[in-house]
Design a protein around this ligand. Structure first.
Ligand SMILES: *[C@@H]1O[C@H](CO)[C@@H](O)[C@H](O)[C@H]1NC(C)=O
Ligand SMILES: *[C@@H]1O[C@H](CO)[C@@H](O)[C@H](O)[C@H]1NC(C)=O
Ligand SMILES: *[C@@H]1O[C@H](CO)[C@@H](O)[C@H](O)[C@H]1NC(C)=O
Ligand SMILES: [Zn+2]
Length: 524
């Protein structure tokens, strides 16, 4: 009896996997359902009390397509693919056809396109021009600044260092995105403050209600320098977490400081208006490698949930930015499965945000800052593993994978030279020799570099809630800022009490130990 039951289940599963429907009625129903949805889509012209912007870093349209197939096959729909409105964004920066993440974050959150590698300053500032970046007229306020000025709460969540390119323009102004802490600032630059100090000491950083992510060594001078050339480490002896606590105490604000899952789960959200959680020395772990135990670190969903619990205490509403940064990190290494797994993890965070908020008063946006050079190659069968083999090339009979890159990292190269009769031929490694479905697999790339490069294609923007219909065709990326300002009426509101709280902070200037680091790695 039980054996029969198991067999019946196996047969059913096999049928549902193998015999994907192709009949005429199936397609008609699929399209009619979509038509019905489209005919019932209404414009929501309420004011957006709350705004949540998700940025899948490097999550271009091909990454979204691969995520969809990975999660449920070709006709599956991700949570945000059911949002009623969408458009495309042109991601070029003021000086580059293909942008980096700080110029695109400045476009999204500060409303002006700017030069590559600069943070919340306009294009009159060239990279590393500290003096010019200090000019008031060059500095761009962010959506977080405007939300706080309107009396709302504001904050951000990232899987990167909290001082990294995507969150930085929310609270800092810098002529160089790599000036995350004093350790990466050349000793010729004395007037400009590093990004970490701006976050903790300055407006609007010190008024942010939620700061969740990584980057402990950027905020707190480590006892033993790790010499990780990618991670800015403090050298000046400062402990900016202590500065954070002192600032909140001196203003009688209710705050919580957390460093792991146990502490995050222990936060009393009835009593917390300011939450800072720094869970790693540098970026957070990849989702599939994360320690989920009490001493480990939270997922992007865990952080998003905690952020909303703090921010919604403000009756005037809130602004929240959530970055899935490891999508980009994995693409830079040429690890498509990891990138797509990270993109799937961000989708879970979007689902949670949808569940925790009301479409009537909360504008949720899901977008990306730029694409990567990932492509989806012909012609795998419908229903096949997106991390599998597409087919053999009819040119040389060698299999290739469905996913590949144009420009990949150092480990993505799978070509080799073969010399026969004094003739050298470049050949491609047979894809079926490797575990292409493994998290450790590096897809092939036409061009090998120190790291994979960003792509210059348009990114998609999905929106739900008040004024989501403002995203409806091919937009400039910096239009997002202007549309959000309008949807939340931040262009009209100014809360005088919020501005009056901008009291002076006493800052003790320690003698900084300047470290020369001219040969910075490419941090895009
Ligand atoms: C928080 O407030 C809610 C509602 O007032 C209450 O039910 C809950 O017990 C409180 N939690 C804590 C930890 O105080
Ligand atoms: C190509 O891949 C298929 C499926 O994995 C395999 O059966 C075939 O032997 C491979 N071709 C070569 C030339 O190795
Ligand atoms: C290969 O090149 C060498 C040196 O030029 C020559 O002596 C030899 O005959 C060549 N072999 C063939 C198979 O052409
Ligand atoms: Zn990048």
């Amino acid at each position: 009896m039980r054996v029969e039951l198991v067999l019946a289940c196996v047969v059913f599963l096999l049928q549902s996997v193998v015999s994907l429907r192709t009949d005429r009625q199936y397609w008609i129903d699929l399209a009619q359902n979509e038509l019905d949805e489209a005919l019932h889509t209404k414009w929501n012209v309420n004011t957006a009390k709350n705004v949540i912007i998700f940025v899948g870093d490097g999550m271009g349209p091909n990454t979204v397509t691969a995520t969809r197939i990975y999660k449920g096959g070709e006709s599956h729909r991700l949570v945000y693919e059911k949002f009623p409105h969408m458009g495309l964004l042109k991601t070029y920066s003021a000086d580059k056809m293909v942008p980096d993440s700080s110029s695109t974050a400045t476009a999204l959150f500060n409303g002006v396109k700017t030069n590559q590698n600069t943070v919340a300053v306009d294009a009159t500032v060239q990279r590393r021009d500290c003096a010019r970046s200090l000019k008031e007229e060059a500095r761009l306020p962010s959506l977080a600044t405007h939300a706080l000025n309107a009396g709302k709460a504001a904050g951000f969540v990232t899987t990167m260092r909290v001082t990294h390119a995507t969150p930085a323009p929310l609270y800092a102004h810098s002529a160089d995105r790599s000036w995350e802490c004093d350790g990466f600032m050349p000793d010729t630059v004395t007037e400009c403050k590093d990004i970490a100090r701006q976050l903790i000491e300055d407006e609007p950083g010190r008024n942010l209600n939620v700061i969740l992510g990584g980057g402990r060594n950027t905020l707190v001078t480590p006892q033993e320098p790790s010499d990780n050339q990618w991670n800015c480490e403090r050298r000046d002896g400062r402990d900016l977490i202590e500065t954070y606590k002192k600032d909140k105490e001196s203003r009688n604000l209710k705050y919580s400081v957390v460093t792991n899952n146990k502490e995050l789960n222990g936060v009393n959200f009835n009593e917390t208006d300011y939450l800072i959680g720094i869970f790693a020395n540098s970026h957070l772990s990849l989702e599939y490698q994360r320690d989920k135990g009490p001493e480990g670190m939270p997922s992007i969903s865990d952080m998003t949930g905690a952020a909303i619990k703090v921010l919604r205490r403000n009756s005037k509403g809130f602004f929240l930015m959530v970055e899935g940064g490891n999508i980009d990190m994995a693409h830079h290494r040429g690890r498509a499965k990891v990138a797509i797994d990270e993109s799937a993890a961000m989708e879970e965070a979007v689902r949670l945000a949808v569940d925790m908020t009301d479409e009537e008063d909360t504008l949720i946006i899901v977008t990306s800052d730029h694409t990567h050079t990932l492509s989806i190659n012909g012609y795998p069968n419908r229903g096949s593993n997106v991390f599998g083999i597409a087919q053999p090339s009819s040119f040389d009979g060698v299999n290739y994978t469905t996913l590949s890159y144009s420009v990949g990292g150092p480990e993505t190269f799978q070509f080799y030279a073969e010399t026969e009769d004094n003739e050298t031929t470049v050949r491609r490694r047979e894809a079926s020799l490797d575990q292409t479905d493994s998290m450790n697999y590096h897809q092939i790339a036409a061009i090998r570099d120190v790291e994979g490069s960003h792509g210059g294609g348009d990114v998609t923007i999905y929106a739900r809630g008040p004024y989501a219909h403002l995203f409806h065709n091919v937009h400039e990326q910096h239009y997002v800022f202007h549309a959000v300002m309008h949807a939340a009426q931040l262009d009209k509101a100014t809360d005088s009490s919020a501005q009056a709280s901008a009291s002076a902070v006493t800052v003790i200037f320690l003698l900084a130990i300047p470290i020369k680091r001219y040969l910075l790695p490419n941090l895009q």
